[in-house]
Design a binder for this molecule. Structure first.
Ligand SMILES: O=c1ccn([C@H]2C[C@H](O)[C@@H](CO)O2)c(=O)[nH]1
Ligand SMILES: [Zn+2]
Length: 153
């Protein structure tokens, strides 16, 4: 398993990869057939893993991505600080998954430019690590909104 930058321990990464793979198996995606799993590692005294899968709907825009499911679950359980995110798509192909732009933005609400995202190839669990700042350059962040508001006062 490839791990650049050593952002989290090898055992934490292994657990995160296993959790996102399991989450992909729970994916409800009868319309796209695209089974996505995500797992967040919380930055808490005893880190915990919060998994999520994509949940589609017969009114297509009402579906929810796996990464958003994980973030919404985590925040609604009191977690706002995270050490890492892992994402996988249950297809046998050669590619590592890609996160949609909307999910990158949702992660950027809570995580900084150095935040590590592990893109896990389902076939062999190979991990490609990207930093959020490289994956979503010049992100719009809560601090920008706060500055713009104070300028308007
Ligand atoms: O980052 C992404 C991109 C797509 N999907 C889901 C949404 C939809 O259910 C399916 C096809 O787009 O994959 C995710 O869960 N995460
Ligand atoms: Zn998404």
């Amino acid at each position: 398993m490839q791990q650049q930058g050593n952002a989290i321990s090898e055992s934490q990464l292994e657990a995160l990869v296993a959790a996102c793979v399991k989450a992909a198996e729970f994916s409800y995606s009868p319309y796209s057939g695209y089974r996505v799993g995500a797992a967040l590692l919380t930055d808490s005294p005893e880190p915990v893993i919060i998994p999520g899968c994509n949940v589609e709907n017969c009114t297509y825009p009402d579906g929810c991505c796996a990464e958003k499911t994980a973030i919404v679950k985590a925040v609604s359980e009191g977690h706002r600080r995270f050490l890492a995110l892992a994402v996988t798509i249950a297809i046998q192909g050669d590619d590592h998954p890609r996160m949609c732009g909307s999910c990158r933005q949702v992660v950027a609400e809570f995580c900084g430019d150095q935040f590590p995202i592990y893109l896990v190839r389902y076939r062999d669990r190979d991990c490609q690590m990207v930093r959020l700042g490289d994956y979503l350059p010049a992100a719009f962040r809560p601090s920008i909104l706060a500055q713009d508001r104070s300028a308007a006062d």
